[in-house]
Ligand binder design. Structure first.
Ligand SMILES: *[C@@H]1O[C@H](CO)[C@@H](O)[C@H](O)[C@H]1NC(C)=O
Ligand SMILES: *[C@@H]1O[C@H](CO)[C@@H](O)[C@H](O)[C@H]1NC(C)=O
Ligand SMILES: *[C@@H]1O[C@H](CO)[C@@H](O)[C@H](O)[C@H]1NC(C)=O
Length: 632
């Protein structure tokens, strides 16, 4: 589920409902915390629309003009710091320069193809200051994917980071025809900084409603080209205000992220949250286990952001040692909170202990989902729970979301042959989490930009009664009698083997607990002459895969998993980074497509389960499968 595709007016109450475990004893107090986040968020959002100041530029302006915050630091990057007042002043220079040089008009879209930096953010506010909207491009894109993103945005200009300009090659330029492309060099930046800080008139920004576009952000779907998703002003305001309220962010907090700004985690959960709480946004160029703690320490960060397997990679890296004193620096930081999504139960506790980070706030969801947990690892029985709601919210939420029975072969809701309606699963059983859409859903639901088809594929109609509409989260969850919600898997990732449903996240979490396994990515592969899909675990190992290790992994898997869920194949991956996204999230589609055909797996090795251990699987074994001589 991604933040920008879920209508936020729905997602926020959902977030709230899932908001976890602050106080297990008192569900009421828990409800209160969630209202503390939600009520101001909605009020702020409505108010800004009413006074015609939906644009986030106004929030920066207010901070810059207020004596309390003008001199507070808003941005940190490498050795640069920008106070709120300086950032505002620079945004005006950017705006003036952009308007004069490119003759940009209100409503134009400008593509930003840049790595993380302070100027990424300043440019963004510069565009907003003149009523122009940015489209954030993944700077690693090349060729068709890149041109597709620019064309989908109908951008009139693209600004490119010098460090990634090689991706915008001659053939890309030729495809884009007369699109203006400029490299944002140091010289150009110097020119911008010496432009007059002229504030564009309010008329350049007026008329935008909350639902109107603030920025385009692309989702890297599992198949096909990236889709442009509209992030509206409301989403920035609501998410930013809500997250700040929920985390208890104070103006003195310093939020460090090296997650890519082109992605919504860093922008919506990070930048917008910082702006709304008046705190500091400390930016890392990109994720690296070598620079992460160094930067977090240098910036004196109090909050850090993680996505996907980030914490796992940090945990796998050796401790940093002070060269002078020999001191282990793992716990030497000011971090009071790690915030993000995708932290797996198998690393949660180890991460917390090794780095001495007491509080972890996990947002649920495949992208920026919106149910949250707090400190769940404190109680073992809630490991993996994504949310818990108090009675008050439970009543409200019943009408807003539903857990729907789906067919794992077609991934569609199961419908009653007579009535044509779908059904909710009983408590305790697994189904897809769906959010009810408002009646005027076509107006309020922004979905994907210029892509009605993709938007509609996320919506089911006539589900529980004629005329209703639900947004599909794509997440398989269950809800127990105590109000805890558990995430099981992404829909489409769960596969069938021997007529049983295998949830890939559950298998990868189990395999990931084995001491020799650094990371496991589990998926189902199609085999010749077999029904369903056989489980395969792509592994990054911490040791060489000798006989002993293989046997021990087999033993571990057999002990911890039901028979049908024990992976039949292991793929020992040489370089796991080719199977993850820019936000350290695992990808499965390529692995799944390659399957276990030895001709398709490059330099990796495949093993398969034989008796009590995993042994090498080679071309001859593949031939036997093809010839129908082996039955699994
Ligand atoms: C993305 O681009 C950056 C900058 O050029 C580079 O350092 C990084 O390795 C690239 N990542 C991938 C996955 O290609
Ligand atoms: C963890 O969060 C709680 C609640 O916000 C806070 O009181 C506490 O100080 C935090 N822990 C640390 C180590 O900062
Ligand atoms: C989080 O867990 C730690 C240790 O398990 C505890 O000291 C702290 O109070 C908890 N914070 C909250 C907000 O529950």
């Amino acid at each position: 589920m991604s933040l920008f595709t879920v209508p936020l007016t729905l997602a926020l109450p959902a977030a709230a409902a899932g908001l976890a475990y602050l106080n297990a004893k008192s569900a009421f107090w828990y409800d209160w915390t969630l209202f503390r986040g939600v009520v101001p968020a909605f009020a702020t959002n409505k108010w800004r629309e009413y006074i015609d100041k939906a644009n986030a530029f106004y929030k920066l302006e207010t901070r810059a003009k207020s004596g309390a915050s003008a001199d507070r630091i808003f941005l940190m990057y490498e050795d640069n710091t920008w106070t709120y007042a300086q950032s505002y002043d620079t945004a005006l220079r950017y705006g003036n320069w952009l308007k004069r040089r490119y003759n940009l008009k209100k409503g134009d879209v400008v593509a930003i193809d840049m790595m993380n930096s302070d100027h990424f953010v300043l440019l963004c506010f510069g565009l907003w200051s003149i009523g122009v909207k940015p489209a954030f491009i993944n700077y690693n894109l090349t060729g068709k994917a890149l041109t597709h993103c620019i064309e989908a945005a109908k951008a009139v200009l693209m600004l490119v980071d010098p460090q990634v300009q090689h991706n915008v090659d001659d053939s890309t330029r030729a495809t884009l025809g007369d699109l203006q492309i400029d490299i944002l060099t140091a010289d150009l930046i110097a020119e911008i900084l010496s432009t007059d800080p002229v504030r564009a008139p309010d008329s350049d920004r007026s008329g935008d409603l909350g639902r109107d576009m603030a920025v385009l952000i692309y989702t890297s779907g599992t198949t096909g080209l990236p889709k442009a998703a509209i992030v509206s002003w409301s989403k920035l305001t609501l998410a930013g205000t809500f997250v700040g309220g929920w985390l208890g962010t104070k103006p003195s907090d310093i939020f460090y992220t090296c997650m890519p700004i082109y992605h919504s985690s860093a922008t919506v959960m990070g930048l917008s949250h910082v702006l709304e709480s008046g705190s500091t946004f400390a930016i890392g160029r990109k994720f690296s286990t070598k620079t992460f703690w160094k930067e977090a320490r240098a910036f004196k960060a109090t909050q850090i952001q993680y996505v996907g397997e980030t914490c796992r990679y940090l945990l796998a890296a050796p401790p940093q040692i002070d060269p002078a004193t020999g001191e282990n620096l793992d716990k030497k930081h000011n971090i009071r909170l790690a915030f993000g999504n995708g932290l797996r139960p198998d690393v949660w506790e180890r991460f917390r202990e090794r780095f001495g980070i007491e509080n972890i706030s996990e947002f649920y969801g495949a992208t920026e989902g919106f149910l949250a947990t707090w400190n769940t690892s404190k109680n073992d029985h809630t490991i993996g729970a994504i949310g818990r709601n108090g009675w008050l919210y439970a009543i409200l939420m019943k009408q807003r979301m539903a857990i729907i029975d789906v067919d794992h072969d077609t991934d569609k809701p199961i419908r009653d042959p007579k009535t044509g309606l779908g059904r909710q699963v009983p408590r305790g059983q697994v189904g897809e989490l769906m959010f009810m859409l408002p009646d005027d859903m076509d107006k309020d639901f922004q979905g994907y930009y210029n892509n009605k088809e993709a938007t509609n594929s996320k919506i089911v109609r006539d589900l529980l009664r004629k005329g209703d509409g639900y947004f599909r989260s794509g997440d398989l969850v269950s809800w127990d009698n105590e109000g805890r919600m558990y995430f099981h898997d992404r829909i489409g990732d769960t596969f069938r083997w021997k007529s049983e449903n295998v949830a890939t996240t559950e298998v990868s979490q189990t395999i990931g607990m084995h001491p020799s396994v650094q990371e496991a990515n589990v998926y189902g592969v199609e085999l010749p002459n077999h029904d369903g899909r056989a489980g395969c675990a792509a592994l990054a190992l911490q040791v060489e895969p000798d006989e002993k290790v293989m046997q021990s992994i087999a033993e571990h898997a057999k002990k911890a998993l039901p028979k049908y869920a024990v992976p039949i194949f292991l793929r020992v991956v040489k370089d796991m980074s080719t199977q993850t996204t820019g936000t350290n999230k695992q990808q499965k589609h390529q692995l799944r497509a390659q399957g276990v055909d030895p001709a398709k797996i490059g330099n990796d090795d495949i093993y398969w389960l034989k008796g009590d251990t995993y042994v090498k699987f080679g071309p001859r074994d593949w031939d036997s499968l093809n010839g129908g001589r082996v039955k699994l």
